[in-house]
Unconditional design. Structure first.
Lengths: 226, 226
DNA sequence: ACCTGAACACCGTTCAAGT
DNA sequence: ACCTGAACACCGTTCAAGT
């Protein structure tokens, strides 16, 4: 919490500082995408070629650094939403929006953690609220008005649907990267206004053994982290 | 990893050791239920009135201690499953099983983390596999055979359904404890063999503001934990 | 202004010394 | 055998000293 900068306008950074900031973001971008939020700030700083202290001079804490990456990634999320909104078929738009959104989160573990609300900073979350929430509402409204989506569904439902699917994605992303699509489509069948006969699911269920492997103990004795 | 005890049979504990073990379990039971896995082992040991080292003499690590509580809690889960299996209406059985299971997880944060595979030890997880997995399969088979559940659904699907709903539960348990039921019933409508017209949902959607509050930054600057 | 790295707090885990 | 608490490793965060 620095109170020096009058909210909104901040003095330009010195050239070396600006460069370090970029380096930190670049390092964090790659490390977060691969390993999610559990990379060390020391690792990020080291890869960026600066000291840890520098990271803390630019970002209030680890969450804020991830937060700064959020804007780039939300741009992709917003693009997916816009694609949905221009789709001539509102139902198809809704489906592809969720598909694209989850696919992005499959590619970027850090983004997945952000979207599911695991770890976020303050600023970009507001942006999420002000930009993504209205888009969600619009996507839902369009499908509902077309009579293809049940009429008791709202924009906020899309958020929680993603939270749920994201948890499945997080568990299965290693061994069965597309398993989440099975549950997405199961849920979509529950979202239809006039269901008719169930749609064939795009992905097979796991066997019992596969499930056990996926759900198996992630912490091997003696390797537990803080 | 101690290799002293021949797997299966272990010598009885000395009386003080056995008592300490019970005290540790009692302390952990309460602390985990209230605060989930992020309680300190120091706290558990302190509440139990023993040193930390004693905890490590009884349990390989923090996960194993939680694991030891698992059997008690799985007993309740198993009971819920058995209730489902004796329900004259297979669909109603399936629904109440999921309702009861999630309700238990709402009451016990530690149990929720176990079921969603967040943090588990080894031993009880096997038990889960050998006891709960067959029950899941039976519940699903019964509903499928009765023609009320779509025929491409398997027992392992119940596991992942719980993972997803659990994530929603974890996010909303504070402010909106029963929100998960909304998504459970949305999903149930997707699981029906012959959907017909959608069932009214038992819980209202959150408003945009409520959603934002729920998804809001859980880490206040400067309070981040390890 | 900004940079650095040593220092601090916290928490999981280990181990030497005691009974 | 078992108990204890100091010690160690790790990681997020801070801050004194340097440019």
């Amino acid at each position: 919490m620095t109170e020096s900068a009058p909210a909104g306008s901040q003095r330009a950074l010195r050239r070396d500082a600006a460069r370090n900031r970029e380096r930190l973001l670049a390092a964090a971008r790659q490390l977060f995408a691969d390993h999610g939020f559990d990379v060390t700030l020391d690792e990020v700083a080291h890869r960026a070629g600066v000291g840890v202290g520098t990271a803390y001079r630019r970002f209030a804490n680890k969450g804020e650094l991830l937060d700064a990456l959020f804007s780039e990634q939300t741009a992709e999320m917003a693009a997916a939403a816009d694609t949905a909104l221009t789709d001539p078929d509102p139902w198809h738009g809704l489906v592809t929006y969720l598909e694209m959104s989850l696919a992005l989160q499959l590619r970027d573990k850090g983004l997945a953690q952000i979207v599911s609300g695991d770890r976020v900073g303050v600023e970009q979350h507001d942006w999420n609220r002000q930009v993504m929430a209205p888009k969600n509402r619009a996507i839902v409204a369009r499908a509902r008005d077309a009579g293809v989506l049940r009429d008791d569904v709202t924009g906020t439902d899309l958020t929680f649907v993603q939270v749920g699917l994201n948890a499945i994605l997080a568990r299965s992303r290693g061994a069965h990267p597309d398993l989440y699509r099975r549950y997405l489509h199961l849920l979509l069948d529950g979202l239809r206004a006039e269901p008719g006969t169930p749609t064939p699911l795009p992905v097979a269920a796991l066997t019992s053994d596969e499930t056990h492997a996926v759900m198996g103990p992630p912490i091997t004795p003696g390797t537990a982290r803080g």
